[in-house]
Write a protein that binds this ligand. Structure first.
Ligand code: CTP
Ligand code: MG
Length: 237
């Protein structure tokens, strides 16, 4: 990052219904070690000391957020999400744009509400190692040997040395990310993470080495893993 005074905001999309968990409660509100998953996911951003505000994007039908202790946190702003994750993110970015009008260099960190085990030090490293223009994301190299399959049989072994698994947070300049996401929206292109929208716009986000513990809780068995990592958290702000 350059020597000017960049401002940082976080956007946490939390408007999903958690269909793959198969419960009748959105996964971000499940309890983990005495706190809701969402509270764990938001905590590193609130405690960072360098992030000005956190926009939480909630589902229209959300009945749970208002009951959480963080609901009245002065750094949190809430807004409503859409049917797809990218829609929820764009809605959060609008709030950031609104709150940072007139500021020249605004960066936004996107983080899944379903990733409660983000290491505080990794968040700071993402800021330090991301590129001003191209941005960056936490990612982990693939450990397993990768096979390409055809009709249930191996057709080849892939070179895994260039394969990474993308995580969040991902960090981009607000104006560049908004333009990239809007472009995808207009062209009806599927966006699975914010980096892919930036890539389509010609940017090359930096891969910042993260860790396995920053898992996205997707299936019920992931809850046990998340509990384990929260109990063994390495760094604290
Ligand atoms: N998300 C969102 N708006 C959507 C869809 C997802 O804000 N329309 C958020 C989720 O709340 C989650 C993150 O994006 O924090 C990652 O999505 P995912 O893990 O897929 O969560 P869900 O969509 O809730 O789960 P599922 O796909 O199993 O329904
Ligand atoms: Mg989903």
């Amino acid at each position: 990052m350059n020597g000017k005074a960049p401002r940082y905001w976080a956007v946490i999309p939390a408007a999903g219904g958690g269909a793959r968990m198969g419960l009748n409660k959105a996964k971000q509100y499940l309890g983990l070690r005495g706190r809701a998953m969402l509270e764990w996911s938001v905590a590193p951003f609130l405690d960072s000391g360098w992030i000005d505000g956190v926009v939480l994007v909630l589902a229209k039908s959300d009945q749970d957020y208002a009951k959480l202790p963080i609901a009245r946190h002065p750094k949190i702003v809430t807004t409503l999400g859409g049917a797809a994750r990218a829609e929820s993110v764009l809605s959060g970015l609008e709030v950031v744009a609104d709150r940072t009008q007139g500021l020249e260099e605004v960066y936004v960190l996107l983080h899944d509400a379903a990733r409660p085990c983000l290491d505080w030090a990794d968040l700071a490293r993402l800021r330090d190692e991301s590129d001003d223009k191209h941005g960056g994301l936490l990612a982990v190299p693939v450990a397993d040997t990768l096979k390409k399959g055809k009709q249930g049989k191996v057709s080849s072994t892939l070179d895994r040395s260039f394969i990474w698994r993308a995580q969040t947070p991902q960090l981009f300049r607000l104006d560049l990310l908004r333009a990239a996401l809007r472009e995808c929206e207009e062209r009806n292109l599927e966006v699975t993470d914010e980096a892919s929208a930036m890539e389509r716009a010609g940017y090359k986000p930096r891969l910042v080495r993260g860790r396995e513990s920053n898992l996205k809780v997707t299936y019920p068995e992931d809850l046990l893993l998340a509990e384990f990592w929260l109990a063994h958290a390495e760094s604290q702000p």
